[in-house]
Every structure is written in structure tokens, then in C-alpha cells.
Write a protein that binds this ligand. Sequence first.
Ligand code: FES
Length: 90
Amino acid sequence: MFRSGEALFMGFVVRKEGQVRGWIDRCPHAGLPLAFPPDRYFTQEGDLLLCGSHGALFRPLDGLCVGGPCAGKRLLPWAVRVEDGDVVVA
Ligand code: FES
């Protein structure tokens, strides 16, 4: 759980193709966290992020939903960066 001003949110970080992205853990379909069970975000193939509630699929580097009930919408970004090999909140 993280804080931004007055807002509390859940976030997660993915590494893919040498790049790091942070996303707010809230599906644009119904507002639920993606991971089900907790901390399992990628599909078995490891190419897309999966929302465990209704099956939406997201590209991990730009957050675009490419399948499921919210196709065309995006995850909300969470600004992170890599600093000396560690992921830190930007
Ligand atoms: S809440 Fe994610 S697909 Fe419905």
C-alpha cells in the first residue's frame, strides 16, 4: 500500500525486455486488483499481464488492454525508476 497525497493505492512493478514499469494495481474494467492469487500478474506465457477477475489482458510496458472487457483502456502508470540497480519511486 502506498500513499500519494491523501490517496492510498496498491502498485506493482514489472520488468520486461530490460525495462521497468510501475502500475497502479487497479483494473480499468471494475476497479479490482489484477493479481489473483496475490503477486501473480503475468500470464503463464509471461508476455501479458492478466486480471484474474474477468480475464483482461494488458501489455506490460504500455499498460494497454489488448483483450477482455476493457479492451482499449490502459492501466494507470505509477512513476518508478531504476537507481543503482534498485527500483525506487520517482
Ligand atoms: S476487474 Fe479486471 S477484468 Fe474485470
